[in-house]
Design a binder for this molecule. Structure first.
Ligand code: HEM
Length: 380
């Protein structure tokens, strides 16, 4: 039993940043509940991550003073807010959005034949255009959104709290100006999700500006960063496995399950945070009340205790073991939307090409991002 917070690892070290998956796999096997001065406690084993996300009374989501709707909330507040968010991601909304999403994927892929740096040419534009289209916003808003997400990531990595506060303020300005401009050009709750949020009510009153901004920030960070990382991871995996390309071209109905399994092997979202509400023992270590805890989805989804041959792509696994979209009360409400977007991307990529191959070595993305910073492929 060890309750002394020695620094077990450094998440900023070159070794971690150059190959996050290998580093997190090693931590899971050698020090599954680890302390660092950068992020305090990290959980790497599937059982510990699952326990933390299911036990929301002990592992609270109220990790920050900043309003985060709904991810930074616990019940009963979270219970009241969650349905307001969920209704934007229903099956019928996702189905209605699919042709728009397919059009965006098809146009980007058609423009990218030959040698291509896929992150810049397809992954980031796809994520940001899909997000704009889903909100009902014009394409001109894609670039300011993309820049905001990139700067937010940099400030998060640097743990630069001043910059993070400034960037959060800029996002609020962007959202306020955008909603006003959208209403001025005649956008309605039916055509614009942000305008629709201005009509929502909680506890018998309209949502205020901070709450609307917070909801949209949660979707924007969730959507743009993670979808772009996912697109890169899927394309790189296909480029490395010609057999899988043929299999999916022959049977496109496998695209959805294949995306979930590839993203289990190489998680696009690295962590989420919790804070303990009381002293707790986990993985043989004692954490005090108020300890900051990070659940590591990448390591948990590659845990050999749950996934036999964790490095092997297999479509016969139990999908309910896959923690890609989380578990418990905070499970991703955008999962149906994300799954549709990634399936459509894969279907279009495979249907519009006959070969996808590596061109130059890829550069990995640094935490808090996952996947690739650059990804040079040959597409024909
Ligand atoms: C591949 C893409 C995505 C992945 C892997 C992903 C993964 C996750 C995970 C693991 C959580 C749980 C976080 C926690 O337990 O603290 C989560 C929550 C959330 N996700 Fe996603 N997500 C994706 C896409 C999206 C999209 C497209 C949206 C919306 C546009 C979205 C919106 C949210 C929101 C609002 C929450 C917080 C829910 C709550 O706290 O109740 N995500 N996501």
């Amino acid at each position: 039993m060890n309750d002394t917070p020695d620094a077990d690892w450094d998440p900023r070290s070159h070794q971690v940043q150059s190959d996050q998956r290998a580093a997190y796999d090693a931590m899971r096997e050698t020090c599954p509940v680890a302390w660092s001065d950068y992020m305090q406690w990290s959980l790497f084993r599937n059982a510990d991550v699952t326990r933390a996300v299911l036990d929301h009374a002990t592992f609270s989501n109220a990790v920050s003073n900043r309003l985060t709707v709904p991810n930074g909330m616990d019940p009963p507040e979270h219970t009241a807010w969650r349905p307001i968010v969920e209704k934007y991601f229903t099956r019928s909304r996702v189905d209605a959005f699919e042709p728009v999403c397919r059009g965006i994927a098809a146009a980007l892929i058609a423009a990218a034949a030959g040698p291509v740096e896929l992150m810049g040419a397809i992954a980031h534009p796809f994520a940001v255009r899909v997000q704009c289209a889903f909100l009902g916003w014009p394409d001109e808003l894609a670039e300011p959104l993309r820049r905001w997400v990139a700067r937010n990531h940099e400030a998060t990595l640097a743990r630069d709290h001043g910059a993070m506060t400034r960037i959060a303020g800029e996002f609020q300005d962007l959202i306020r100006d955008t909603i006003a401009a959208r209403i001025a050009v005649g956008a309605t709750p039916e055509t614009d999700v942000a305008v629709a949020l201005t009509q929502e009510t909680i506890h018998g009153r309209r949502l205020n500006e901070d709450e609307i901004t917070s909801i949209l920030r949660n979707w924007t960070v969730g959507e743009i960063g993670t979808i772009a990382a996912s697109v890169g991871i899927l394309a790189e995996y296909l480029a490395s496995d010609v057999g899988l390309q043929s299999r999916l071209r022959a049977d496109p109905s496998l695209a959805g399950p294949a995306a979930d399994e590839i993203l289990r092997l190489h998680g696009p979202l690295v962590t989420n945070r919790r804070v303990t509400t009381c002293p707790v023992e986990i993985g043989g270590r004692r954490l005090p009340a108020g300890a900051r805890v990070t659940v590591n989805w990448v390591a948990a989804n590659r845990d050999p205790r749950v996934f036999e041959d964790p490095d092997v792509f297999r479509l016969d696994r139990d999908p309910s073991d896959n923690l890609l979209y989380g578990a418990g009360i905070h499970v991703c409400p955008g999962a149906q939307l994300a799954r549709m977007e990634l399936r459509v991307f894969l279907e279009e990529l495979l249907a519009r090409t006959s070969a996808i191959a590596p061109h130059r070595p890829a550069t990995p993305a640094a935490y808090p991002a996952s996947g690739f910073r650059t990804l040079h492929l040959l597409i024909s």
